[in-house]
Ligand binder design. Structure first.
Ligand code: ZN
Ligand code: ZN
Length: 276
């Protein structure tokens, strides 16, 4: 779980590991709202808090700014929420877009955040081995049930060191010639078979780039809408890992999907920031 803070002045929303980490986020963000509160003259720096009229003048410019950020942080410290999960924001039923290179540490931080709180994890990925290693390394315990859907096979025997309980993980190998419709149907069936009442479901789609490039933007959007409707029926958090910067077609598709996405996040340095 994480600490969450929402700015009163704009739509900015951030999650950080804990309150201490959040201190870095709040001060800088609040300062950006009131740049005129810091002035420099005669080698001295002055800050004048617009919220309480506390004022200070010092020679050390960097020190002044950092002191002011700490001061601003104190104004909002009691509004930081502890024990927050990103999916609380949409009640664990909805679609979240994660803007980061698909195989990056930043994306992995969100994978761990979601999968670590789920009973049933379904991952559609090109790299099942990487996914299994991530869950094994990053999560305190394996989810009750994990299903990996991939066109690539997973070398179970070679991975004896992975601490998966027998039967808690299943690899579903699919034909690479299958279209998004069949893939969506496969995922839907996996939910039918594995989702027990009360299970928290975390569904990761890390193949959106491939779907867009193998088919077209319209087909890729239809695929996401189909999964998103499926999630609305059964509950669960659908995560789309996308890197619009790497592919203009993916960026176009995400623009079309804007209304279908409940939350868009940019992960960086273990923090998650809502994109506005
Ligand atoms: Zn703000
Ligand atoms: Zn103040």
């Amino acid at each position: 779980m994480m600490a969450r803070w929402e700015c009163d002045h704009c739509g900015f929303l951030a999650w950080a590991a804990d309150r201490d980490e959040m201190r870095e986020v709040t001060g800088s963000h609040l300062l950006a709202h009131v740049p005129e509160a810091v002035t420099r003259s005669d080698f001295r720096t002055n800050w004048d808090c617009p919220y309480c009229n506390t004022e200070k003048t010092v020679y050390d410019a960097d020190g002044a700014v950092s002191e002011f950020k700490t001061h601003l942080h104190e104004h909002v410290a009691d509004r930081i929420v502890d024990d927050a999960h990103v999916a609380d924001r949409f009640g664990w039923t909805g679609a979240v877009r994660i803007d980061a290179p698909v195989d990056s540490d930043d994306a992995d931080a969100l994978r761990a955040h979601f999968h670590g709180h789920a009973d049933l994890v379904i991952a559609v990925t090109l790299d099942p081995e990487r996914f299994v290693r991530l869950v094994d390394d990053r999560l305190d315990a394996w989810p009750r049930r994990t299903v990996v859907v991939s066109t690539e096979e997973y070398p179970f025997d070679a991975e004896a060191e992975i601490g998966v309980d027998d039967g808690s993980i299943e690899i579903v190998e699919i034909d690479p010639r299958l279209g998004p419709d069949e893939l969506g149907e496969t995922v839907s069936r996996i939910i039918d078979v594995n989702h027990a009442a009360g299970d928290v479901l975390s569904l990761e789609v890390s193949v959106f780039h491939e779907i867009v490039s193998s088919f077209d933007v319209r087909t890729a959007c239809a695929f996401v809408r189909m999964l998103s409707a499926r999630i609305d029926d059964s509950g669960g958090a659908l995560q789309l890992y996308v890197d619009g910067d790497a592919d203009p077609n993916v960026s176009t598709a995400m623009n079309f999907l804007d209304d279908d996405i409940d939350l868009a996040l940019t992960p960086a340095d273990g923090r998650f920031i809502r994109r506005v």
